[in-house]
Design a protein around this ligand. Structure first.
Ligand SMILES: C[S@@+](CC[C@H](N)C(=O)[O-])C[C@H]1O[C@@H](n2cnc3c(N)ncnc32)[C@H](O)[C@@H]1O
Length: 238
């Protein structure tokens, strides 16, 4: 019997998109040539964006962010319980880490990033928020406890993962059965959203990439002005 991941991979191999037809390996990656904002690799037909450097952290903390993006409404949408164990992968300077920390006072927040400088900013602001653990992740491994996480939040980060397949498989391992991810990405379908195409995702693309991991789409909240908040769950039975 094939596992959901094997089934997903098999489905991926039989997809007929031109990029995939030229796929040089079995993991869905294609070398697509370096562009201004891309790393020169595509995954399942989507060009992967450069990582936002820690030098740009001010943009994440800009005072007008909430007015533009209603970012403060994200954590209330997650339906967290006070005891939940959560992770903020691609935490950046901690905008969502601190909000989740307040929402899970008896739980824990793993703030994961591949840039130590970002984690240093979180540590510098941590104060009394003792339920935050910073984790220096690898490009294909968020280094989370296996089967230990109720919800993983990914805000404006997944499209930057240079190894989305490996990250996705690691996310599946980290989630408890029934655990969820909230994938927040600028809406790829809406040209009015003032963000370059490479930094957005359509729902169709996100669903395709999550399905090959075995994640099941639950719902999409489109109440934010610019972003989809897409919820996916790990099945309770393998
Ligand atoms: C655009 S920032 C968003 C930060 C934060 N989520 C926010 O919205 O304020 C994306 C972050 O993802 C991080 N990142 C990129 N690839 C990553 C990976 N494979 N694992 C963990 N973090 C990653 C980057 O270092 C960067 O800090």
């Amino acid at each position: 019997m094939m596992s959901p991941v094997s089934r997903g991979l098999a489905a991926l191999l039989f997809m007929t998109g031109s990029a995939l037809a030229a796929a040089p390996d079995i993991d869905g990656y294609v070398n697509s040539g370096v562009t201004l904002d891309g790393i020169g690799r595509s995954y399942m037909g989507r060009e992967i964006a450069h990582v936002m450097g820690h030098e740009g952290a001010d943009w994440l903390d800009r005072p007008e962010r909430d007015k533009e993006e209603s970012s403060s409404r994200v954590v209330p949408l997650l339906g967290l319980k006070p005891t939940d164990i959560v992770a903020d992968i691609g935490a950046g300077s901690g905008y969502f880490t601190f909000r989740m920390s307040a929402a899970v006072p008896q739980g824990r927040v793993y703030a994961v990033d591949i840039q130590k400088e970002m984690l240093d900013m979180i540590k510098a602001r941590q104060g009394n928020a003792a339920n935050i653990t910073t984790v220096l992740g690898g490009i294909g491994d968020p280094r989370l406890p296996v089967g230990g996480v109720d919800l993983i939040l990914l805000v404006d980060a997944y499209h930057e993962f240079s190894r989305p397949r490996e990250m996705g498989l690691a996310i599946m391992r980290a989630l408890k059965p029934g655990g969820r991810i909230a994938l927040v990405e600028y809406r790829g379908e809406d040209q009015k959203v003032p963000i370059k195409d490479i930094h957005r995702m359509t729902q169709a693309q996100a669903k395709k990439e999550m399905a090959v991991l075995g994640l099941v789409w639950q719902r999409t909240d489109d109440s934010l002005p610019w972003q989809h908040v897409m919820f996916f769950a790990k099945p309770t039975t393998p």
